[in-house]
Design a protein around this ligand. Structure first.
Ligand SMILES: [Zn+2]
Length: 257
């Protein structure tokens, strides 16, 4: 993992070499910090904890954006702060715990599996803490109970697995209305007022213009696959990871039914 980079005052992002997974830290008062989606390998988590300690920061609250294995991790070194996720995300994490642990075990050996997915349900409009306001934008696009975090003071949107420059939209095809859920999520993210930086769960931090570009690409992708046209998405190339091409094919087949 690369070390923490300040993307806005008091907002730090580290990016793992594993799928460009981001971890976000928001600096609060008296050395406390909010940690969002700490990821992803055991070495990444150890490095993150060491860097927080070196900066005199102590996690006082955690947030998981959604119930996929690479977004529900933690380590002993990060301490025993309460960790939260949206209610639907907690329900899915509990119901699908075996699959989540399996994903973590295979892709990132050495993680403390006892700490994987141990979030409490939070049904609120913001994360309860004494740092900068951290508003929650909850929807069911990509995964049930997907909770993006918007920091109005710094204009940073931590988007979870949406708004990526390296991943196509990945729908929750097991849902009743995957397309409607995804579009609702996009609309909610697009209507966050005063976004200056977007932090995707995987990929690179972008500015407001880049957020609009990504949302337009996402809309075009969804329009293409739902109308049987070639996706022509620049994020989908022969060099894309195999899992993403498999997901794309699955999504195309889903809308052919
Ligand atoms: Zn995900």
């Amino acid at each position: 993992m690369r070390s923490l980079t300040e993307v806005a005052p008091g907002v730090l992002v580290a990016t793992s070499s594993y799928a460009l997974t981001t971890s976000t830290v928001v600096v609060g008062s008296s050395g406390g910090c909010l940690v969002i989606d700490p990821a992803v390998t055991a070495a990444d988590l150890a490095g993150l904890a060491a860097e927080l300690a070196a900066r005199g920061l102590r996690p006082v609250v955690g947030w998981s954006t959604h119930p996929h294995w690479d977004h529900v991790l933690w380590s002993r070194e990060l301490g025993d702060a309460p960790r939260y996720a949206a209610p639907a995300a907690v329900t899915v994490t509990e119901a699908e715990r075996d699959g989540i642990l399996d994903g973590a075990r295979r892709a990132a050996p050495g993680l403390d599996l006892e700490l994987v997915g141990r979030m409490r349900s939070l049904d609120a409009s913001a994360i309860p803490w004494d740092g900068p306001e951290a508003r929650l934008i909850v929807h069911n696009g990509h995964a049930p109970g997907h909770g993006a975090v918007f920091l109005p003071e710094s204009g940073v949107l931590i988007a979870g697995d949406m708004c990526s420059d390296v991943e196509i939209p990945l729908l929750e095809v097991a849902a009743t209305d995957p397309l409607g859920d995804y579009r609702t999520g996009m609309e909610r993210l697009a209507s966050a007022p005063g976004v200056r930086q977007v932090v995707p769960g995987h990929g690179h931090v972008g500015d407001a213009a880049e957020l609009r570009r990504r949302l337009a690409l996402d809309a075009a992708y969804l329009e293409a696959i739902t109308s049987g046209k070639p996706a022509g998405d620049p994020r989908l190339t022969p060099d894309s990871p195999e899992w993403m091409r498999v997901m794309h094919d699955e999504q195309v087949r889903y809308f052919e039914r």
